[in-house]
Design a protein. Sequence first.
Lengths: 427, 900
Amino acid sequence: MDKPLTGAMRSDGQALSLKEYEDAGGYSALRKALKGMTPHEVLEEVKKSNLRGRGGAGFPTGLKWSFMPMGADVARPKYLVCNADEMEPGTFKDRLLLEGNPHLLLEGMVLSGFALDADIAYIFLRWEYRVAAERLERAIEEAYQSNYLGKNILGSGYSLDMRLHVSAGRYICGEETALLNALEGKRAVPRSKPPHPQVSGLWGKPTVVNNAETYCNVPHIIGNGADWYKGLSRTDEGGTKLYGVSGRVKRPGAWELPMGTTMRELLEEHGGGMRDGYKFRGALPGGASTDFILEEHLDVRMDFESMQKTGSRMGTGTMIVLDDKTCPVGMVLNLQTFFARESCGWCTPCREGLPWIVKMLDAIERGEGGMEDLEILQQQTRLLGPGNTFCALAPGAMEPLQSALKYFKADFEKHIRERRCPYKGGV
Amino acid sequence: MPTIYIDNKPYEVKDGQNLLHACLSLGFDIPYFCWHPAMNSVGACRQCAVKQFRDEKDTKGKIVMSCMTPAADGTRISIDDPEVKEFRACVIEWLMLNHPHDCPVCDEGGECHLQDMTVMTGHDYRRTRFRKRTHRNQDLGPFVNHEMNRCIQCYRCVRFYRDHAGGRDFDVFASHHHVYFGRQKDGTLENEFSGNLVEICPTGVFTDKSLKRHYTRKWDLQTAPSVCMHCGLGCNTIPGERYGTLRRILNRFNGEVNGYFLCDRGRYGYEFVNSSRRTRQPFIRNKESGKLVPASREESLEYLSSVLYFGAKVIGIGSPRASIEANFALRTLVGPERFFSFGERNLKMISSIIDALKNGPARSPSLREIADSDAVFVLGEDVTNTAPLLALALRQSVRQRPMERVEKFGIPLWNDSAVREGIQDEKGPLFIAGTHATKLDELATETYHGAPDDLARLGFAVAHELDPEAPAVTNPGEDVSSLARRIANALRNSRRPVVISGMSSGSEELVHAAANAAWALCRTGKDAGLCFIQNECNALGLGLMGGRSLDEAFSLMEKGETDTAIVLENDLYGNSESFLVDKFLDKCRHVIVIDHLPSKTTEKAGLILPACTFAESNGVFVNNEGRAQRFFRVFVPSDEIQDSWRWLGDAMKVSRHPVSWETDDDIIASVSREVPILNLKDVSPPAAFRVAGQKIPRQPHRYSGRTAMHADISVHEPKPPEDPDSALSFSMEGYEGMPPSPLLTRFWSPGWNSVQSVNKFQSEVGGPLRGGDPGKRLIEPAKGGAVSYFQGVPASFEPGSERLFIVPLYHIFGSDELSLLSPGIAERTPAPYIALSRKDADSLGIAGESGAEVAASGQSCRLPVKVDDSLPHGVVGLFAGSSPLRGIALPLWGRVRKTE
């Protein structure tokens, strides 16, 4: 099985050095593109590959790029930004790439920058990723020394500067426009769209923001061609995907697998199934801001299209498993506490609604809830839905809550009836 | 014109608007918080949600924020859809989760946008049972009270303070439901426009601290349309009164003048009206004791009749802060030839300004037009301190050019955060030439600091650069000529350029230079604006009325051609050197002073007549634009206080003068006849004006305690006072609908109790008031004809070998004397000082902040020294305000030496 993203990685957890990366074919795609392709051809190849954004929303990357204004008379500098602010609870896929093969990201970004005629690139990194920061810093330095970055890259006439920016540490910075505000040194508050970043992005200039994993796919698409790339997948959506499993499974972890691997294969073959004594009750398939799926959904292929059948989303493709000895109310309370704390405070529903939800869930979990709380919670999941809030944070927060209220309603009611958490003490 | 469908009915709306703006303008009630007509949309509060449908067949629709959605042709929305109504009610529910519900003890109560919007959405039942989050409040100084627990996080305050007004010491801190709006630490809000937070805030977080000390609910305030008297811009205000004291000043929207905002001097400078020092009855000097003793009205009239006999040699000294009516009454009493107005230098300047505006091709722009201009050249004015709201307008003007660029990206100009993101720090052309660095310099493309003559030379050079026929500057030097070239280019390449100068620098040449620059622009085909600033509220009005200079009055007295002077609302010691005034007043046999407060001049009077302040009288001021604006009596003055013109009318009666007036309208008819340029007849509807046979009430329909408020004096409810001077009544009875805009006593509309009710009084939300904004422009530029440039380019400034050139340094808090009687303003006023450059300080041996002795025009005093390196070599700045050197006409040569 081809593992273009992780196949070359070392087994000791150290980063590939520049030499090791080059020996494994690294930067050959960049050479190929700079020597023999036009930016437009690179863009077309990415479009053909059907690569979809790996940040969670799955927006077609080529289409996103095609909105970037091109030509001599556009505003300069144009920016390319890597979103490596991986803060989605239960998600640790980008970290694997950043720590294990930083040059792959760099090559992907230079190729993307070439396709988009970008002048300056930023990597926006999660605050806690200290190891990744060190390794990226070193990789950028090496890339400059070998002229994979800087002026006139490999004699092609194309120039790109790159900077690493380590976030001050807020979940909202993962929202691409809040990320841009944070990069500018402003409050990390999302921006309205339109205008999209391609029109008015970083410092008001044309900007494309992609997820780290997305960029890492680009060298292989260019190196091996879109058809090869599409062939890696088990579905229409091209390539491989980093999937992960956490929770009470035997072998939690992250693995590169063909796009469209089923959840059951992920859980049972790669995650090793549930730990002894625990039963599978449900899972958040793609990070904390996706709806719960149940046992009955496990045979669905994990790609952006297929996952819609479950009423949930692919998200980041990293699954958090809920077992039968963990209180679903407590789990949802934990998540909502996170989302309420990470709200930027800009729009009313998110800023005020989430803390209210937390208070209600907390009351229920402590045995102080009322049935009317469930009604209000139900209404809140609707009113904090997409379009009602400024960005996707609160609607994302509602996904686990609304599905928990649907699938685990009996648990909520039991809490209220018994005036205690049935999962705690005396069970 | 796009057509939009609201609940299936078609409506025509203006191009390029968002749905909220369009719907409000159509008269629909959509609740909102973060949106503001002067600050546009950011989509934060989510209160203005409506349901949008793809097309006629779409029945499901989706919720959108009306403030963030274009009102494009064919847009279909529902305001009444049950789902969106539920959402809007829930937005209020969310905002109310932590709100203290302390309306009964909140100063905003009864005029609170949050209350209004709560009622509008129908949210009336609290479903939460949890504890509220609380905040610590800050001491923000003398103007603004802080009560953060009431905050609903609409972000308007920070957007106004930082983005609109350029303040830096106020911000939003923390995040999620802990966001906090305030200062980094307790302390006075530094921005000159901080008081607008009171009106910008939709609830009671920021309230008027001066009101708090004598608090009254909106519904208990008697109000009338008024005009600010603390600078020459003539911002429109709504003062409110209860029990004979003025309680606060609120903004009165005028689309052409102040829009939605006031400066802090205008908002908080009113307390002199309530001063315990007010002159409340006449005083006559006792012949034996030589002391001023209280006198009755009859005794005063007797005094007047004994002094104003036929053939008496009486002169009148008018005032740039008194109304047209008062000045005209004095002029009529003494005769135009014996009517005196400004000091000589100011008279020359105001005459030049009137000449420039009347006879040249450049138009004096309104503040709105200045905010819309795309290139500005400021010549010799520190506008933040001499005409504060103009500085606010200029802060918007520098955004015009970059906004054009951003609009080309397809970003609608109402999308405020996207526009600001697109603009970043880019600023349109603004050139500031002044004697010293000013606050507005931070926005300037380039600044230039020089002595007034050098500033004038730069102005002349710009004019010559634009039009070779304008007089040239000899030996301008490379720096000045290249700067002049850059300024000329920027102005030439703009669409709506404005040149700003004024009287503050005391240089007539500056006025000429500014006029030449604007005229030269007109000659290149530009519709250039020419704006002159005056420091007093009716300086232009007095200038238009004419009158001779104070210096001439002094020499008349010297020559014995007069022995009696009537001084109207004027402290001569503030306008002339004290030894000259002393000489004049000492020689005067009879000095009659009509004023509302004691001054150094009243100390020398034989008769003092107590005059109304702006709040107790009607009158017309002509602002710097040449806009005549009428202000109305807010409350009936107590004791023997009456309008200055009525005292003068009494004087005319007792002296058997042929002219007599009964009402304000009579005197307006008289002045319109006698001084054609002051045709004030249609500035506002006359006193006889009625709507449906009714007057316009000054008291709101909810005015309380009318039968009880004077019950301690008499249980019989008195008849409300008559108002023969206007169509307004001192009562709650009268026409409750929409009167003509000059007669708007308040903004209040059913369901809209807060200041935001102004929406309902505008022809389009954010646009002019229905029937047009109040005020009448008196001066329009000459059409056609040759431009006859001002000549007389001054020689460049040469620093003196022993003397220094003293220029005035104005302060928003400190340079306006009446406002100093407000405790808050007094607290913000600096102590008198002089400033000079490091180089000059060193050569005088003045180290650090030590004091120096300043001597000029025969007077001297010791003042502390500030070093300001922006002052040119040989030029020293003197605090323009209350100091022992008050009254000397700056600029002039003087001496500064180290104090021993």
